[in-house]
Design a protein. Structure first.
Length: 195
């Protein structure tokens, strides 16, 4: 058994399947956001334009999460245009990243139902912070293995830009977590307008 596990850890994972699976999970998560949008109109009441504005908190939370998921997917797509191999460690980081992608609709629901609440913003900020850490781990894991990144495609300037972007995402998430205790509204705006 130990011999098989040792061999399994050395083996490369079917790269394209994991990337396509990741894209599908992101698509599902972004779709789940829309399913949380609900418009409650009492029976017998004629729908008016004013009724459309009632769930504005849900709209704002939806927009925030749509922007965040789209941004994290864009970064994920970009780094996997440079990475062309994957092992079980990088796959584990990718699955952890996916875990926090699929929990974002839950964090969004909590945020829309408890808009401006410190605990809700803490939860959401923690979700974003975890995603930013894991995208960093994915990249670091690939960089640690010399043949996992296509050196002909990625330039040193692009590596530096990615590193700065990853660090700013982590700082932004950590700052939002800290601000959620004292200035939850400011933390909420920082989640929209990143550093």
């Amino acid at each position: 058994f130990l011999f098989c596990m040792k061999d399994f850890h050395k083996r490369e994972v079917a790269f394209e399947r994991v990337v396509f699976f990741s894209d599908a999970i992101v698509a599902i998560a972004i779709t789940l956001l829309a399913l949380e949008l609900k418009l409650e109109v009492p029976e017998g009441h004629t729908l008016s334009f004013a009724d459309l504005a009632i769930p504005w908190k849900s709209y704002v939370a939806f927009l925030l999460s749509f922007i965040n998921i789209a941004g994290f997917w864009r970064t994920h797509h970009q780094i996997y245009s440079y990475i062309h191999k994957m092992d079980t460690v990088s796959m584990a980081y990718n699955f952890c990243w996916l875990f926090f992608i699929v929990t974002l609709p839950f964090s969004t629901n909590v945020l829309s139902n408890h808009f401006g609440n410190a605990v809700a913003i803490f939860l959401y900020s923690s979700n974003i912070f975890a995603l930013s850490i894991l995208q960093n781990f994915i990249w670091d894991s690939a960089e640690a293995k010399k043949d996992f990144i296509n050196e002909n495609v990625v330039t040193e300037a692009e590596r530096s830009r990615l590193r700065v972007m990853f660090n700013l995402d982590m700082i932004n998430g950590l700052l939002c977590i800290a601000l959620s205790f004292f200035y939850p509204t400011l933390a909420f705006f920082l989640l929209f307008f990143k550093i």
